[in-house]
Design a protein around this ligand. Structure first.
Ligand code: ZN
Length: 152
């Protein structure tokens, strides 16, 4: 599992911001897969960040969020992007691809739904509409009544 995949969404994006703001003031390579670094926190407090690429769960940071927990915090993510800047583009590309896939899925789902509706019989449509109105939010129910029944 890649380090970035076990970080939460918010830690990943905030870590990316930290990287862009050059928040990691210095880092050093401990071994082929271990790095340490020091970020500047917003409160000017310095934390010690340790990153293990081979065993991402062994990565550590002593900020309040990650201290004594096996959490990949924004500082570890920032260190990761600082050490491997090419991973930024890769990450952004993956996000874009995932968004595109989701959009295509949504479009396809919409298309299938319309197709399904077009194939429903009148009685099926009537039943579905009544059911839908029963669960519709009040504004939608009222709009339907106003536009179609005309009764105030
Ligand atoms: Zn941290």
């Amino acid at each position: 599992m890649r380090l970035i995949n076990i970080a939460s969404n918010s830690s990943t994006w905030r870590g990316l911001d930290y990287y862009k703001e050059k928040n990691i003031v210095n880092y050093k390579k401990i071994s082929d897969f271990e790095y340490s670094g020091i970020p500047i926190g917003s409160n000017k407090e310095k934390y010690n960040v340790f990153m293990d690429m081979e065993h991402p769960r062994k990565s550590k940071c002593n900020c309040p969020h990650a201290k004594d927990k096996r959490i990949i915090c924004k500082h570890i993510v920032a260190l990761y992007f600082t050490v491997f800047p090419s991973k930024v583009d890769q990450f952004l590309k993956e996000v874009e691809e995932a968004n595109q896939q989701y959009e295509e899925y949504e479009k396809e789902l919409y298309r299938k739904t319309i197709e399904y509706i077009n194939n429903m019989s009148k009685s099926e449509l009537q039943k579905a509409l009544v059911e839908t109105l029963n669960y519709a939010p009040e504004w939608l129910y009222e709009r339907f009544v106003r536009n179609n029944v005309g009764f105030q």
